[in-house]
Design a protein around this ligand. Structure first.
Ligand SMILES: Cc1cc2nc3c(=O)[nH]c(=O)nc-3n(C[C@H](O)[C@H](O)[C@H](O)COP(=O)(O)O)c2cc1C
Length: 378
């Protein structure tokens, strides 16, 4: 079983992560992890802290000479602006944050004790762990990418673009958008929101290519891959909805317009010509690309602050203006990729489980051989 834990406060000395259950023998590149961390820090609309941080991961255990040992992998990402002990107390909970409910739940009158951990700074560690998972799933031909498909009301049109084209265009874009025309309008929308002391959310798409048929299961509620992916994405700060394939639109249509018909070709096996299901049927991968749309609310810390009430004095006030992102959708997309890579690593481990990569690959190859022989796949 693959699982991970993270620890660390936003302005504490470091973020810490433990990834357990990785098979032995997986090549892990630290520069790749750092590249992924750098991707999370980029994106038009991010605040000043991103310029300070420049995250780097240190691997403390579980890897020797560049390969996993099968033992727990411990990671460390140091915070450069480590000031937690000298920061003043906060008694004014910010609307749209964990501040008020968290203070009451954990019995704090200093809201800083809540916001330091609730902050999305923690997602840096998720990205580092996801980068290791990406290196595992790559061994099985699976690749996970993301791109921004909306910022506020501005929507990208990427219909008809291949996986490779989306990946290339998004990687060159300042805002991870594969539609250059929409990208310009998105940047303008962020500039306008900045002038208006406001913020923006948006939508990103995560695509996973190369999944074998049959990851996840219909047999039990908690084994359904759609449910697990949705939970993984919903766990990212500020994500408020997830759509699999064209799930939302399909609710307003007739069945004949929605479901993906099945075809068969010798040397190709069974396939669908459309992928409105987003690669998952009955809680299992069906061999098509997994497609997730992830909806992020606008950043809650605003240049023109909203009203709230002081926890101690009970007096109303306008929330303090703090440095903050105006829009963090491109960064959240990188976190989304990490969460999906982790879930797919876990699902691969369940289906082809083994303590070493060699063992997992043996099980995987034997399954592929079986389905090609019995069901006529390539
Ligand atoms: C990558 C990323 C960066 C974020 N940056 C900020 C930020 O700079 N300021 C802010 O107020 N919220 C930011 N958020 C969102 C908050 O962390 C989130 O809204 C808050 O913790 C409350 O959680 P909830 O929105 O899930 O209820 C960011 C989220 C992500 C995923």
């Amino acid at each position: 079983m693959l699982r991970f834990l993270t620890a660390g406060e936003s302005h504490g000395p470091a973020l810490v992560g433990i990834l357990e259950g990785m098979p032995s023998g997986v090549m892990v590149s630290v520069p790749f992890i750092d590249d992924e961390l750098a991707r999370r820090q980029k994106g038009y609309g991010r605040g000043r802290r991103m310029a300070i941080e420049q995250d780097k991961a240190e691997l403390l255990s579980g890897i020797r000479n560049g390969k996993t040992l099968g033992s727990p992998i411990a990671l460390l990402i140091k915070n450069k602006d480590w000031t937690i002990n000298s920061l003043p107390p906060v008694t004014r909970p910010r609307p749209g944050h964990a501040d008020l409910a968290g203070a009451i739940k954990y019995s704090h009158t200093d809201v800083r004790n809540v916001l330091e951990r609730a902050s999305a700074r923690e997602t840096a560690m998720r990205v580092a762990i996801g980068a290791i998972c990406k290196q595992l799933i790559k061994e099985f031909g699976i690749e996970v990418i993301s791109h921004v498909i909306a910022i506020g009301p501005i929507k990208a049109d990427t219909s008809g673009l291949s996986f490779k084209r989306i990946k290339d265009l998004a990687s060159k874009s300042n805002i991870s958008c594969a539609d250059p025309k929409a990208e310009r309008m998105m940047i303008k929308a962020i500039d306008d929101a900045t002038i208006d002391k406001d913020s923006l959310g948006g939508v990103f798409e995560v695509i996973a290519k190369g999944c074998p048929i049959g990851l996840g299961s219909y047999a039990h509620y908690d084994r359904r891959l759609d449910g697990r992916l949705a939970q993984a994405i919903m766990s990212i700060q500020a994500i408020k909805a997830v759509e699999i394939g064209s799930g939302i639109e399909s609710a307003y249509k007739r069945g004949s317009e929605v479901h993906d018909e099945i075809f068969y070709k010798k040397n190709r096996g069974f396939f669908h010509k459309t992928n409105r299901a987003g690669g998952i049927e009955g809680g299992m991968t069906n061999g098509e690309d997994i497609i997730l749309h992830c909806f992020m609310k606008p950043i809650a810390t605003l240049g023109s602050p909203l009203s709230s009430v002081d926890i101690i004095s009970r007096k109303p006030f306008k929330a303090a203006v703090e440095r903050s992102d105006i829009c963090a959708v491109p960064a959240a997309a990188v976190v989304g990729e990490a969460q999906v890579a982790f879930e797919l690593g876990e699902a691969l481990g369940e289906k082809f489980g083994g303590d070493s990569l060699i063992e997992m690959k043996r099980n995987y190859n034997s399954y592929e051989h079986h389905i090609s022989r019995v069901y006529g796949y390539r």
